[in-house]
Design a protein around this ligand. Structure first.
Ligand SMILES: Cc1cc2nc3c(=O)[nH]c(=O)nc-3n(C[C@H](O)[C@H](O)[C@H](O)COP(=O)(O)OP(=O)(O)OC[C@H]3O[C@@H](n4cnc5c(N)ncnc54)[C@H](O)[C@@H]3O)c2cc1C
Length: 415
């Protein structure tokens, strides 16, 4: 489908990442027309493993993707905390325990991307436009015009910036936001399990904790191959690019894990693909929306990876925002009012929390239909605690729970 064929009543989405595609699928499933504009010329299979926690699992279920996702997941038998040098293990849960009913999905980013792309294309084959780099927009009472890098413009009734941490839509909406390096970098790698010792091939999620780094490793499936995905966050004074496609070398990574347990050295030494990037934070935004334009996912609350919530919050955003759209009649003026209502109240101190009116909107609107995204969420103080924990990922310091854990483990290690 060419850009000229995009309907003026379409919701325009900048970015075909997890957030943009989940948004598109949520809208299309509600019968709301939309088009996605992705800067890349092809949808590449980039990225390592993703940890989809229960908030994300519920959104994927709501999108009707349970079967496809579960076919590509590996169910972890157990989850443990391990000590960086001795390998000592503290079990957190195993599959036969009660907690295991709330199993996260562990899968490759590439898989989730493909499942979402297939879902979107099934409902609207021409919805995803590649090589479509959104560079700006303008809007009036009639709607919005997204400007593309090749000089063309596309009209629609609303624009959603799902274009990641370096969002151009955010730039147009709010202006330049400086990011701050946290003096930590992240490594991501994938290792075919047949290169590893038999005890390392088990379906276990292990978080290794050390004085200057931590690593989480778990198995994921890619076609017929099982891979161990590992993500390591390491203290680093050096500045690195904030990019997911920066390659790293095994030698360099090994230096960061000098003295670590042989299981970690074996993982790094046998890695197939290795990426690294600097961890940056941005200040909370005073608003996420203006008129018919709004933001979701990393574009408005990019996160540090300590609790693996970047992808989950992008999924939640898409689900909530699609429900907001469902409630509004077709005119752009009303969209503008609704988007303003959902987004112009300043997000509370933590940039990862949704605006309060979004939360009350969900509660009011969706509770009445007994369809709340939050139906099976913990309620009351547990919900608040979850929000507080997730909120803390967007500060420059690691989340408190994590620092506490580090303090306990590293003081034990030094004794
Ligand atoms: C290549 C890549 C690999 C990743 N790998 C991992 C991983 O291994 N593990 C992990 O936990 N997280 C990974 N992430 C991050 C994680 O997917 C996101 O933090 C999370 O899903 C939030 O998603 P998002 O949709 O808000 O943003 P993103 O996932 O960043 O998606 C943004 C999309 O918008 C596109 N885009 C950017 N600017 C424009 C523009 N101006 N016009 C049009 N399109 C634009 C980008 O090409 C991208 O497809 C990766 C992200 C990317 C982009």
């Amino acid at each position: 489908m060419s850009l000229e064929q995009v309907s003026k009543s379409s919701v325009l989405i900048a970015g075909a990442g997890i957030g943009g595609l989940a948004m598109a699928l949520s809208l299309l499933r509600r019968g709301i027309d939309c088009d996605v504009f992705e800067q890349a010329s092809e949808l590449r299979e980039v990225g390592a493993g993703l940890w989809i926690s229960m908030n994300g699992v519920r959104v994927l279920r709501d999108l009707g993707l349970t079967e496809q996702v579960e076919q590509n997941c590996i169910a972890a038998e157990r989850r443990s905390i391990r000590l960086w040098n001795t390998g000592d293990r503290w079990p957190l849960y195993n599959r036969s325990s009660d907690a295991a009913r709330n199993q996260p999905y562990l899968l490759l980013r590439a898989h989730l991307l493909k499942i979402l792309v297939d879902g979107v294309r099934e409902l609207k084959p021409g919805a995803i436009h590649l090589s479509a780099h959104v560079v700006g927009f303008s809007q009036d009472d009639e709607g919005v015009r997204a400007k593309l890098a090749d000089g063309s413009e596309v009209e629609g009734r609303a624009l959603i910036g799902a274009d990641g941490a370096h969002s151009k839509v955010r730039l147009g909406l709010i202006g330049n936001i400086e990011s701050e390096y946290t003096k930590a970098i992240a490594w991501r790698g994938l290792v075919p399990v047949d290169r590893l010792a038999p005890h390392q091939r088990e379906p276990e999620v292990a978080t290794w904790i050390g004085p200057t780094a931590h690593v989480t490793a778990y198995p994921v499936r890619w076609q017929n191959t099982v891979m161990m995905t590992f993500s390591g966050q390491v203290d680093h004074d050096d500045w690195l690019l904030e990019s997911w496609s920066e390659k790293g070398s095994v030698e360099e990574c090994l230096k960061d894990f000098k003295g670590w347990h042989p299981d970690i050295i074996e993982l790094v030494g046998n890695v197939d693909t290795l990426n690294k990037w600097g961890l940056f934070v941005r200040p909370s935004l005073g608003t996420w929306s203006k008129g018919c334009v709004t933001l979701l996912g990393d574009a408005c609350h990019s996160m540090l990876p300590y609790l693996g919530q970047g992808v989950n919050m992008a999924l939640e955003d898409a689900s909530v925002l699609a429900r907001c759209f469902e409630e509004i009649p077709m005119t752009s003026r009303r969209y503008s009012r609704r988007i303003r209502a959902c987004g112009s109240i300043a997000p509370p101190r933590s940039q990862s929390r949704r605006p309060a009116c979004c939360r009350s909107f969900i509660t009011r609107r969706c509770a009445s239909r007994r369809q709340r995204v939050t139906t099976s969420r913990p309620s009351g103080h547990r919900t608040r605690r979850l929000r507080d924990t997730i909120g803390s990922t967007s500060t420059t310091r690691p989340p408190r729970r994590f620092t506490d854990m580090l303090t306990i483990v590293t003081s034990g290690a030094q004794q």
